[in-house]
Design a protein. Structure first.
Length: 103
């Protein structure tokens, strides 16, 4: 599975809009929301996307789902997973850079 940075960024932008209803302006308007809350909500949403994909696949096996809906759900789950992986990799990279800084 190849991860396109463009797809990952587009998925992240969509998730940010869903999470806070817009760009950075909406995020700064809610000072009580921490980074941990944002990450937690995003991971919950990613898990839910995976569950929906699994449910649609099971319905397709049973012959109760439209193929287009199944493909859409699986694609959404794949993009969400790619985004989570890209963010994880960037966080690890940032941690490693910080840990290598001289004190």
């Amino acid at each position: 599975m190849t991860v396109s940075m463009t797809n990952a960024l587009a998925a992240y932008a969509r998730k940010a809009k869903e999470t806070n209803g817009g760009g950075l302006e909406a995020r700064s308007a809610d000072p009580g929301k921490s980074f941990a809350d944002l990450v937690g909500e995003s991971l919950s949403s990613a898990v839910e996307s995976g569950r929906q994909s699994e449910q649609m696949s099971a319905q397709a096996i049973a012959g109760k789902a439209d193929l287009n809906e199944v493909v859409s759900a699986v694609s959404n789950a794949e993009i969400t997973l790619q985004t989570v992986i890209a963010i994880r990799d960037r966080m690890i990279q940032a941690y490693q850079e910080i840990s290598q800084m001289p004190i």
